[in-house]
Design a protein around this ligand. Sequence first.
Ligand code: ADP
Ligand code: ASP
Ligand code: MG
Length: 435
Amino acid sequence: MKVFKFGGASLKDATGVRNVASILQKYQPESLVVVVSAMGKTTNALEEVVTAHAKQTGHAQELYEALKERHYVIMRELFDEGDEVFNAVNDTFVEGEWVLDDKPADNYDYMYDQIVCMGELVSSKIVAAYFNKVGLKTAWLDARDVVATDNTYREGWVIWDKTKANTQKIVAPMLAGGGFVLTQGFIGSTSENFTTTLGREGSDYSAAIFSHCLDAEGMFIWKDVPGVLNADPRLFENVIKLDRLSYKEAIEMTYYGAQVIHPKTIKPLQNKNIPLFVKSFLDPDAPGTEISSDTEDTYPPIVVVEKNQTLLHISTNDYSFVAEQHMARLFGKLADLRLFVNMMQNTAISFTICVPNIADRVAKFIKDVSDEFKVKTETDLELITVRHYTQETIDNLKKGKMVLFEERIRNTMQMVVKNIPPIERREVELERAKG
Ligand code: ADP
Ligand code: ASP
Ligand code: MG
């Protein structure tokens, strides 16, 4: 059997849903688990609902109604009036309304998961109903009955033994009945049956969990790009499609922040030697990218840009050296706050780290260590990673940027950069400075 994953971009409107169904027509007699994300930008919209509810701005219901209406528009295009899918989707939306009718829970992350899961739940109900309508026999599965996690809300950690047992008990018999099994990405549940989410963009990871537990022969993720490219096409022109990638290279790319695949996706596939195919839902017959075990591949330079980074320059309040016991405390705090370090450098009296600029966590870190450390911040930076770099690529990437620090290790070059403001602006600023 195979596992397919369709993300929000492929399901953004009725045309998208029809296109996904037409791709699946070609695979029909096969045994498939299809994992879907929320439609279009629904998860962002649901995050706004959560914020409004938490702050009790009075707008949460209104925002929720607007996103419900966007789903009904799609459904009215796909189904006849009176189709039972309208009731099924409405019942699901009502579960979100119950949460909004209550006072916001003290645990923000818990509340977030109970609301944000609605995106995947309704999307999967709509897509499953449409597949059946066009003759693709499809059974709907609640991923929360299978994907078991701990109670780290918004970043649920998968409990593999339980998830494997659930898969064998629930999914295997469904597949044996013939037809497709359609389920949600991104969501799981705790032992007490509370919904968890696996982290933003986590549907790729869900598909890998199902692939691993079912020993799939292959996993396919369908994107709006021809495959994995050597840089983000939204930031660079002349990007190249990579026909093949080793698991190792894909792990490196996603670890450094390549947004095309969720970073946790590759490992469960690699452990069972399951190939991953990244294909275009706009050109389904094109070969895409195959990610599988290592060969003697050579790669072009691969560029990954992570925006919105902050440098924290840390020194001790008493001007002593930043020594191991200081680092132990600093890293302990960073781990507690889930503030992940992308790069670091130390001198005798200062220690500099590059972290994503998650404002509340950075502020809390600075406050919590202030008894012992002074922290200066530098924001609005980019972290650029280049695998298999050449001097020419690096020179090109540095144009218009000020490099704050850089590091080269074997195949990988990383630099933290700041955009140099355009010349005219700097002249204006100088004029102003002169008075
Ligand atoms: P999904 O609909 O599955 O959630 P995403 O929007 O999360 O899809 O991921 C696909 C997008 O990732 C592409 O549209 C592309 O702009 C972006 N992207 C960033 N880096 C790369 C890369 N190296 N190769 C391909 N796409 C990339
Ligand atoms: N819908 C979720 C998100 O937008 C999960 C996913 O699309 O992978 O983050
Ligand atoms: Mg995505």
